[in-house]
Design a protein around this ligand. Structure first.
Ligand code: HEM
Ligand code: HEM
Length: 463
C-alpha cells in the first residue's frame, strides 16, 4: 500500500466513534423536547405563543428523535464497534460507515425541520413523510446492514457469537417492518390502523428489544471477564423473539374496532413474549456470577445491568396490561406512557448508555474524563426515572378511575395535576443528567493530557 493510500484510509473505529457521539447529542436534544412537552402537560400556556413548539409538534419530535437519533444510532455505533471485534477483523468499510452516519445526521435535521414546520403524517412512531422513508431505507438502513453483514461474512473467527445473530437478523427484520409500515404503501381504513401498530410493535420487538439485548450479551461478559452463561439460552432467546414477537401487534389496538379474534390472538400470544424476555434476563444474571461487586464499582456494569433488571417489571407489566380484563381500564392513560418510558428509557437506554461508557473511551484511547460525573449521571437518571415512572403511573390510575366512573374531564385534570408537576421535576433531573453525559464525553474526547493523572479511578472505571 502506498503512503497516500494508507493516509486516505480511515482509522478503525472512526464510524463507531462518530455514531456514538452523534447518538449522545441526539439523546440530549430528544429529552429536552420531552421536557418542554412535559411542562406543557401541566401548564398548557407555557410557550403557547411559539407555533413551532406546540404540543402536537414537539411530542412526536421528542419520540422520533429518541428512537431514530438516540437509540437506533447508538445501535449503529455499537454494531460498528462490536461486529469487527467479534469477527476478529476490520469493519468492511470504515468510509461507508462514516458516510452512513453523516447522512443519518442530515436525515435527523430534515426530520426535525419538517416536524417543527408542521409537515408530518400524524401516524404514531412514523410521523415523517414518505420521501423520508425512502431516504431512511437507502441512506440509513441499507449502508448499515451491508457493512455489518459484509463484516460478518469476512470474519476470521469460526462460530458466530449470539450478539451477531441478533445484529444480522434485526437489520433484515427492521428493513421489512419499515418497508411494509411505510406511508408509501397506501394502507387505508382498518388496515391502516392495524399496520400502524404492526409496524410500531415490531420496531419495539424486532429492533429495540433484541438489539439492546445483543449489546448486553457483548458488554456484560467483556467487562466482567465471565463467559456468557449459556449460548444455548441465547439461541432460544433469539428464535423466541423471531417466533413470538411479531404476532401480538394488535394488543395495542384492544379498544379499536378491529375483528375480535385478532385481539384475542394478540392478547394470548403476547404472553409468549415472556419466553425470550426471561431467557435473556436469566442468562445475563447468571453470567454475573462472582462479579456482583461490579454492579456497584463499575459504571458500565451499573448501567447495563440496571437496564437488564428493568426488563423484568417491564415485560411482566406488558403481559399484565394486554389482557382484556386490565387493558380497557388503563388504555389511553399515562399508565401506558409510564410503561413506554420503562421500555425505552429504563430498559433500552440504560443498556445503550452502558455501551457508550464502555466503547467511547476505548475508541478514543483515553480514560473517561470524570467518573464522578458518570456517577451523578447514573443516580440522577435512575432516581429521576423512578420518580417519573411513579408519577405517570399514579396519574394514569387517576385518569383510569375518572374514565371508569365518568368523572368530568376538568375534575380529572385537577386531580392529576400534582403528579404532572412531579413528572416535570423528575423528568428534568434526567435531562440535566443527559447534558452532563454529553459534556463528560466531549471532555473525554478533548482531554489533552492522560486523565489518569487527574483522576486515577477513571482508568479502571470503564473496564
Ligand atoms: C411481555 C412483554 C410485553 C407486552 C405483552 C407488552 C404489551 C404492551 C401493550 C398491550 C401495550 C399497549 C397498551 C395500550 O395502549 O393499551 C404496550 C405499550 C407499549 N409497549 Fe409494551 N409490552 C411488552 C414489553 C415491551 C418492551 C420489551 C418494549 C420495548 C422495549 C415495550 C414498549 C412499549 C411501548 C413504547 C408502548 C407504548 C406504545 C404507545 O405509544 O401506545 N413493551 N405494551
Ligand atoms: C431515553 C429517554 C426517553 C425516551 C426513549 C422516551 C420515549 C418516549 C416515547 C416512546 C413516548 C410515547 C409514549 C406513548 O405515547 O405511550 C414518549 C412520550 C413522552 N415523553 Fe418521553 N422518552 C424519554 C425521556 C423523556 C423525558 C426525560 C421526558 C420529560 C422530561 C419525557 C417526556 C415525554 C412526554 C411529555 C411524552 C408525551 C406523553 C403524552 O402524550 O401523554 N420523555 N417518550
Amino acid at each position: 500500500m502506498t503512503a497516500t493510500a494508507a493516509k486516505r484510509e480511515l482509522a478503525p473505529g472512526t464510524a463507531a466513534k462518530l455514531a456514538l457521539f452523534s447518538a449522545v447529542l441526539w439523546f440530549a436534544v430528544g429529552v429536552t423536547f420531552g421536557g418542554i412537552t412535559r411542562i406543557k402537560m401541566a401548564y398548557p400556556d407555557f410557550l403557547s405563543g411559539v407555533p413551532w413548539l406546540t404540543f402536537g409538534v414537539i411530542r412526536p419530535t421528542h419520540v422520533d428523535v429518541l428512537i431514530l437519533g438516540w437509540i437506533s444510532m447508538a445501535f449503529a455505533g455499537a454494531m460498528y464497534y462490536m461486529t469487527p471485534a467479534l469477527c476478529n477483523t476490520k469493519l468492511w468499510s470504515e468510509r461507508l460507515g462514516v458516510v452512513n452516519i453523516w447522512l443519518w445526521n442530515v436525515g435527523m435535521v430534515v426530520i426535525i425541520a419538517t416536524f417543527l414546520n408542521g409537515i408530518m403524517t400524524g401516524i404514531k412512531y412514523h410521523e415523517w413523510i414518505w420521501p423520508i422513508d425512502i431516504y431512511i431505507i437507502f441512506f440509513v438502513m441499507v449502508p448499515l446492514a451491508v457493512n455489518v453483514w459484509m463484516t460478518i461474512l469476512h470474519r476470521k473467527t469460526k462460530g458466530i457469537y449470539v450478539s451477531l445473530w441478533f445484529f444480522a437478523a434485526c437489520l433484515l427484520m427492521i428493513a421489512v417492518t419499515f418497508l411494509l409500515g411505510s406511508d408509501a404503501m397506501g394502507w387505508t381504513g382498518i388496515a391502516s390502523a392495524y399496520m400502524t401498530w404492526w409496524y410500531a410493535h415490531n420496531v419495539l420487538g424486532l429492533w429495540i428489544t433484541p438489539v439492546s439485548a445483543a449489546i448486553a450479551y457483548y458488554v456484560i461478559p467483556k467487562v466482567t471477564g465471565n463467559a456468557l452463561y449459556s449460548h444455548r439460552i441465547g439461541h432460544i432467546h433469539f428464535w423466541a423473539i423471531v417466533g413470538f414477537y411479531s404476532t401480538p401487534g394488535a394488543h395495542h389496538l384492544m379498544a379499536a374496532p378491529i375483528p375480535e379474534w385478532i385481539k384475542s390472538f394478540a392478547s394470548v400470544s403476547g404472553v409468549l413474549i415472556l419466553i425470550p424476555a426471561l431467557a435473556f434476563i436469566t442468562n445475563i444474571l447468571l453470567t454475573m456470577e462472582g462479579k456482583w461487586h461490579m454492579f456497584v464499582d463499575n459504571p458500565v456494569v451499573q448501567w447495563s445491568l440496571t437496564g437488564v433488571l428493568f426488563a423484568l417489571p417491564l415485560n411482566v407489566q406488558g403481559a399484565f396490561q394486554q389482557t382484556r380484563a386490565i387493558n380497557w381500564y388503563i388504555h389511553g392513560t399515562d399508565w401506558i406512557v409510564a410503561h413506554a418510558h420503562m421500555a425505552l428509557l429504563g430498559f433500552s437506554t440504560f443498556i445503550e448508555v452502558g455501551a457508550v461508557y464502555y466503547a467511547l473511551p476505548r475508541l478514543l484511547g483515553k480514560p473517561l474524563y470524570s467518573v464522578a460525573m458518570a456517577r451523578w449521571h447514573f443516580w440522577l437518571t435512575a432516581l429521576g426515572f423512578m420518580g417519573f415512572w411513579t408519577s405517570l403511573t399514579t396519574a394514569g390510575l387517576v385518569q383510569a378511575a375518572g374514565k371508569a366512573y365518568n368523572t368530568p374531564f376538568d375534575t380529572v385534570l385537577a386531580q392529576e395535576h400534582p403528579y404532572n408537576v412531579a413528572a416535570i421535576f423528575f423528568g428534568w433531573m434526567i435531562i440535566l443528567a443527559t447534558w452532563m453525559f454529553l459534556y463528560n464525553m466531549v471532555k473525554t474526547a478533548t482531554a489533552p493530557v492522560p486523565v489518569a493523572e487527574r483522576e486515577p479511578a477513571a482508568v479502571q472505571a470503564t473496564g
